[in-house]
Ligand binder design. Structure first.
Ligand code: FRU
Length: 474
């Protein structure tokens, strides 16, 4: 039965069948969050790209709709964004209160930027007859326009991925675009191409400040190999992005796991939310699932947190469920080289709060299946690292899949951990989401057990709990 297959995510968006990749056209409009996405409606491979479509009222339960944008004589439909043209700046709408405009890449003989508009809440789209609105400029990789309204200059601003840099453009009407500036050639890494940029203006937690953040997805050379998302903080004056980071201290990973890519934010929301594609170009095409291929991450609320003058991205997963805590334990003490075990399900949220009095600097958690496969998170606060072991289960479909996936704790002691387990993925949020790692797993069995272990010294836990999360498809 659909949505009941062995590795089918129960808490994450997947299409009923066939291929998806990047989230596209994320926009909130008249009570609905729209999730468009790269879509091959005909098979389980990356080919013949369309935009698929789903909507949600809570960023958690999704309803899949039909194809939104299909290929035409200018090419297939690559990634892009959508905005609410509230004041009908484009003049494309009959009504003065406008509607939705999608800005996307046509991938044909070359890559060019085009637009389409919808007068029925994103269900059907009319392509603008003057497409492309930004013709190709001989740059081979010229794609993934992310557009938002820039209040100070009263213009639409576009960030565009151009191989080894990001270009910025602006427009009064979403049709006539002016090149503004370029950023990034001198910044690492250029082993893979830059893709799917986003320009965000995010609140700094605990202050009234807001700061600019430039998101870039790089399709190779991530911290654990392959694709990954990183970010710069800085300022944006409507024309030029000025980074805080110098080239030698750049590369702040939004998510240091192997399976969080092409993440972009929703337009037209008060708080900022984003979502990523839960895969990696290293093995996206051979993942052992069908009749669908691949999932989105959970949507996450994002903000900034300042630590010693350094701005870090903070992410909180959105789980809009009637949640029922299944079990909760207070004041747990774990002796060195021992573990506590708890029965859990394979669609679960685990929350762990470490006591300030705890002295263990090496500890972790294991997710164990009924076939004794182990997926382990090991924390080493002295080394300032963590490692997620994805070396068991089905791993031989790609040499790049089995991995000890490492990340930095950003110089923070670990105070808490939230882990979302969903059959074939584990999303780890350490320290309230200042350190995040998203990873797919393909166990032969079913996760049934959580083990919390201490390696050195006593691990003192204030609270460990798990919550059973119901399938979003029922
Ligand atoms: C990122 C990406 C984009 C492109 C799309 C094609 O994963 O390569 O740059 O627009 O996928 O499906």
């Amino acid at each position: 039965m659909l949505y009941q297959e062995k590795h089918r995510p129960q808490l994450h968006f997947t299409p009923k069948e066939n291929w998806i990749n990047d989230p596209n056209g994320l926009v909130y409009y008249e009570g609905e969050y729209h999730l468009f996405y790269q879509r091959n409606p005909h098979s389980n491979d990356h080919a013949d790209m369309h935009w698929g479509h789903a909507t949600s009222t809570d960023l958690y339960h999704w309803e899949e709709h039909g194809i939104a944008l299909a290929p035409d004589e200018l090419g297939t439909i690559f990634s892009g964004s959508a905005v609410v043209d509230k004041n009908n700046t484009s003049g494309l709408f009959e009504s003065a209160s406008g509607g939705l405009v999608a800005i996307f890449t046509h991938d044909g003989e070359s890559q060019q930027q085009s637009i389409a508009y919808s007068e029925d809440k994103g269900r059907t789209w009319i392509k603008y007859e003057g497409n492309p609105v930004i013709p190709n400029t001989k740059i081979k990789d010229f794609r993934d326009p992310k557009v938002s309204w820039h209040e100070d200059s009263k213009k639409w601003v576009m960030a565009l991925a151009c191989g080894d840099h990001i270009q910025f453009y602006n427009s009064p009407n979403l049709i006539d675009w002016t090149y503004l500036s370029s950023f990034g050639k001198e910044y690492p890494s250029h082993i893979g191409v830059w893709e799917c940029p986003d320009l965000l203006y995010l609140p700094v937690e605990g202050s009234s400040k807001k700061e600019w953040v430039l998101i870039v997805s790089i399709n190779a050379d991530g911290p654990n190999g392959g694709s990954a998302v990183y970010y710069f903080t800085g300022s944006f004056d409507g024309k030029v992005f000025h980074p805080n980071e110098k080239p030698e201290d750049a590369l702040k990973w939004a998510d240091a796991g192997k399976d969080f890519y092409a993440a972009v934010s929703w337009d037209n929301t008060e708080d900022t939310y984003w979502i990523g594609w839960m895969s990696n170009w290293q093995y996206a095409g051979v993942m052992p699932v069908s009749p669908w291929r691949s999932a989105m991450s959970l949507a996450r609320k994002i903000s900034l947190y300042e630590k010693d003058g350094n701005l870090l991205l903070k992410q909180t997963p959105v789980i809009a469920d009637n949640r029922k805590e299944a079990a909760s334990y207070q004041d747990v003490t774990i002796q060195p080289d021992t573990a506590e075990s708890y029965a859990i399900s394979d669609t679960a949220q685990i929350d762990l709060r470490i006591s300030e009095a705890s002295s263990s600097t090496k500890w972790g958690v294991k997710f164990v299946t009924d076939q004794e496969e182990v997926f382990q998170l090991a924390i080493d606060t002295q080394e300032n690292t963590y490692t997620f072991y994805r070396t068991e289960g089905m791993i031989d479909f790609s040499e790049e899949f089995p991995e000890e996936i490492k990340g930095t704790l950003n110089g923070l002691d670990v105070q808490n951990l939230t882990a979302i387990v969903d059959r074939s993925s584990v999303e780890l949020f350490l320290n309230n989401g200042l350190t995040v790692s998203t990873n797919l797993i393909y166990p032969q069995g079913t996760v049934t057990q959580l083990e919390v272990f201490a390696v050195n010294d006593v691990l003192q836990i204030d609270n460990v709990s798990w919550t059973q999360l119901k399938s979003i498809w029922n």
